[in-house]
Write a protein that binds this ligand. Structure first.
Ligand code: ADP
Ligand code: MG
Length: 285
């Protein structure tokens, strides 16, 4: 069994008026099946309202299925007895780092999670040190989080999650509020956690360049998984991505247009280097 599995997952939001009468039902996740293995780096794409956040909140047992089942490390998320184990094994990072940081000092903030889990004090400090090092924020351990940049704050929130020793981290648009530099810092840290620590990563984003390194990509549309494949397989289908209202990376688009105009260029070009090589351009000396 994978670290995260979903079988025929359906989730419906029920809208009620002021008197509590049901006004309508939104099916936000519609018959989704997932099988994510330990150590995978999975990216989830999809335009606004396609159901990404609702799906993500099932992995952390914030939402329970309306129909179907979700298992985290073999544990059914709808069983309350599993709640704390699931919350510890599947950490979650959200869009706005300001809502996730509560400590006055970086190292304190990172220590809150393990402290709540009842980890002995000496081990808390070890975990804080190792987690801050893993995201490249150790030198800021005595700083006030308020003074950090958005990318640095987000890396501190990620360290707070790692300090709980999760098997899996779900990041719901962690870079949406960051500048390009902050985005790069965060993605680099996330990749290192996957490469070095073998933590399973589920990255929700709408920045296409952030998914190039994923092992697998899911594209959501109207609550369903509309596409699934490696980044290259996904980016080979430019027209379909456009239909799903997703922005294709410029270099992929350019390669696609050059291909359509008759040049012999492979499908699914992901980087400038690949395009240059396909065009036979020499590297800069
Ligand atoms: P995404 O993260 O891809 O933008 P969401 O999971 O937030 O998508 O939303 C999926 C659908 O569920 C949308 O139609 C959205 O309007 C609806 N939705 C999200 N949150 C709520 C809520 N708290 N109450 C009612 N409907 C919601
Ligand atoms: Mg969302």
């Amino acid at each position: 069994m994978g670290i995260i599995e979903a079988k025929n997952l359906v989730f419906e939001y029920i809208r009620r008026d002021e008197e509590g009468n049901v006004e309508g039902i939104t099916r936000a996740v519609d018959e989704v099946n997932l099988d994510i293995r330990q150590g995978d780096f999975v990216a989830i794409l999809g335009h606004n309202g396609s159901g990404k956040s609702t799906l993500a909140k099932h992995i952390n047992a914030i939402h329970y299925p309306t129909e179907g089942t979700v298992w985290v490390d073999g544990k059914d998320t709808s069983d309350d007895a599993n709640l704390w184990e699931i919350r510890q094994e599947a950490g979650m990072v959200f869009q706005n780092p300001d809502n996730q940081i509560i400590g006055q000092v970086v190292e304190e903030d990172v220590g809150f999670g393990p402290e709540n889990l009842g980890v002995p004090t000496a081990e808390i400090w070890e975990r804080v040190e190792e987690s801050l090092k893993a995201v490249g924020m150790y030198e800021f351990r005595k700083h006030s989080p308020n003074k950090l940049s958005g990318g640095q704050k987000q890396r501190v929130s990620i360290a707070g999650v790692i300090a709980m020793h999760p098997k899996c981290i779900v990041l719901d648009e962690p870079t949406a509020m960051l500048d390009p530099n902050g985005r790069k810092e965060v993605i680099r840290a996330v990749r290192a956690l996957n490469d070095v620590e073998r933590i399973t990563i589920i990255l929700i984003t709408h920045y296409m360049e952030e998914i190039i390194h994923a092992d697998r990509v899911f594209v959501m549309d109207k609550g369903k998984i509309a596409m699934e494949g490696t980044p290259r397989e996904i980016f080979s289908q430019v027209e379909k991505l456009k239909d799903l209202r997703l922005d294709v990376p410029q270099v992929t688009l350019l390669a696609h247009e050059l291909g359509k105009s008759g040049l012999d260029i492979p499908k699914g070009i992901l980087t400038c280097e690949e395009l240059a090589a396909a065009l036979g351009l020499p590297k800069k000396k």
